[in-house]
Design a protein around this ligand. Structure first.
Ligand code: ATP
Length: 533
């Protein structure tokens, strides 16, 4: 996250170091989202509902643009990937077949003193993160001490304190992975005891035993009584794709390999839901299941791993904010899995998952439904259940990543040439909620506002525009900077005579006088999503 970090000079603008702690950066980001109408707490007038959020006027635009970027690159730019919009409710057998009824659990425990609930695996991961922090602190100290002569690699492989912590880290990692893979709740409890992990509220280690907690929300179907009526809110969109695999394949006459993509809501009763929109109970996924010939899964897994990382980098996200993380313990359906992690203000966390799901889902649906889920291969003249490689990204996490990446505070020269601070959201123009703001220089001159409205009306059919006449022009620029508008067009008295306006570019602050007829083309070129592919 480069929010408020570093000191770079670009286009003659000084980006100031604010030296903000990561916690403060995050708080600033959350309050910016609220103040500028990106995200509100759900049901705020009733003190909110935990881990649920509403997207405001600018939030919904940004989210739609993220979805459009994904849809274009995954569906419209692949002739062998098609879209789907399946229902949220599905036949309850779906979740039995997929394994979610029996195995979609997280290990949960409570602290008896604070009554606070935790996920056992996250407590142990937190412990590992602390060990990592200790190592990094040691390295930082040595770097300072030795200056240019410092050899980090050598230090990491020889310093006894670093080595001891690295060894401990590896031991915990293996112990955690083993316990999780075996679904061994007792072992998890024993690890928490062994490493003397304490509750952050009460400071005690007075824990309940660790038990499995199913993450699916359930509800009742209206007209049927008893257990038959139990419905689940889907915890992933993928199953809607699996059960429609043959419908889609036959109706679109696709041949393997081909993919089905979907964007939609998913619901999980997360035990610990915090960190704003990073972990919610109702969220949105963008998933693609790629159906392939058995035996080719390794090659397609590698393909999608690279392709998806490139998708993130194309937005200008610095490569050192992104990394792969191989799964230590695989889900019940996978033979390989990797996360693309992003450096959020609270550390590197999963943004997207790429999973080689084998033929697990289709085979299980075939067994439980009694319907064949096989593909007839016209080349080999054989029928078989395809293998699947999945790419799955949370739309909300992508939103958070983009906002965190974009929010900056910098020192810029004001109208008189003095230093002034501006908060600017440097979103990629293709993602920006408002593409162009049209501003009359002053508001109380009707000739000017009429002219500005004329310009505005010419542009609204082409992209999202905003007309604003309130406050001084400088303040209006600042407000557009804060919501990430890449272009501002100012209409002044000269515009009445020469039909020219001033177009100001958000990042460079460059101002140029252009004919009104050229504005549409300039903005369209600057916001073109095509430049990302
Ligand atoms: P985590 O380990 O963080 O709980 P996961 O491995 O369970 O995530 P997947 O099942 O792989 O997540 O889901 C695919 C994507 O959906 C994730 O990469 C993430 O971006 C998003 N996602 C999952 N759970 C949530 C949630 N509770 N809130 C927001 N996004 C989520």
């Amino acid at each position: 996250m480069h929010l408020f970090k570093g000191k770079i000079v670009k286009y003659g603008i000084t980006h100031k170091i604010r030296g903000m702690a990561q916690d403060d950066q995050f708080k600033k980001l959350v309050s910016h989202c609220k103040e500028y109408g990106f995200i509100f707490q759900s049901s705020e007038i009733y003190d909110g509902l935990s881990a649920t959020y509403d997207y405001g006027p600018y939030g919904v635009e940004l989210k739609n643009n993220i979805k459009q970027y994904w849809w274009k690159s995954m569906v419209q730019m692949h002739e062998n990937i098609v879209g789907l919009d399946a229902a949220i409710f599905m036949h309850p057998s779906t979740w039995k077949a997929s394994g979610h009824v029996d195995a979609f659990n997280d290990p949960m425990l409570d602290n008896k003193d604070s009554k606070k609930r935790y996920r056992a695996d996250q407590l142990l991961e937190g412990y590992m993160e602390k060990l990592e922090l200790k190592i990094n602190k040691e390295v930082k100290k040595a770097k300072k001490r030795f200056g240019d002569a410092f050899n980090e690699e050598e230090f990491r492989s020889t310093n006894p304190r670093v080595l001891a912590n690295a060894e401990k880290h590896e031991t915990v990692r293996v112990e955690l992975a083993t316990a999780m893979t075996n679904g061994d709740m007792e072992a998890l409890g024993a690890l928490i005891e062994k490493y003397e992990i304490k509750c952050e509220i009460s400071g005690t280690a007075n824990w309940t035993e660790v038990r499995q907690f199913n993450l699916m929300f359930s509800t009742q179907l209206g007209n049927i009584a008893g257990s038959e009526s139990k419905l689940y809110l889907r915890p992933e969109t993928a199953q809607g794709i699996f059960v429609n695999f043959l419908n889609v394949q036959k109706s679109t006459r696709q041949k393997l390999p081909f993919g089905i993509a979907q964007i939609g809501k998913a619901f999980r009763n997360e035990i610990v839901a915090r960190q704003f929109i990073f972990r919610m109970r109702e969220f949105e996924q963008m998933e693609m299941q790629f159906f392939i010939k058995p035996g080719t899964q390794k090659e397609w897994y590698e393909y999608w791993k690279t392709k998806r990382l490139d998708w993130h980098k194309a937005l200008g996200t610095s490569p050192d904010k992104l990394r792969y993380h191989d799964h230590d313990n695989l889900a019940h359906y996978a033979d390989a899995a990797v996360d693309i992690e992003f450096e959020f203000p609270f550390g590197f966390r999963e943004l997207e998952g790429i999973h080689s799901r084998t033929d697990f889902d289709l085979t299980e649906h075939q067994k439980l439904s009694g319907k064949k889920m096989q593909y007839f291969d016209p080349v080999t003249q054989e029928s078989y259940v395809p293998y699947v490689v999945e790419t799955s990204i949370g739309c909300d996490r992508m939103f958070l990543a983009m906002m965190g990446n974009a929010l900056q505070e910098e020192t810029v020269p004001d109208a008189k040439g003095n230093d002034s601070t501006r908060t600017v959201l440097k979103l990629h123009p293709a993602l920006a909620p408002v593409k162009c703001a049209v501003l009359p220089l002053v508001k109380n001159k009707e000739v000017l506002t009429d002219k500005a409205k004329e310009v505005y009306n010419k542009l609204t059919a082409s992209f999202n525009c905003q007309y604003d006449e309130k406050d001084a022009i400088g303040r209006r620029y600042r407000r557009q900077d804060a919501i990430g508008t890449p272009y501002c067009v100012t209409v002044d008295f000269e515009s009445l005579d020469d039909n020219m306006v001033t177009i100001r570019e958000r990042d460079s602050l460059k101002q140029e006088r252009v004919p009104i007829d050229k504005v549409r083309g300039i903005v369209l070129e600057g916001i073109d999503m095509g430049s990302l592919f």
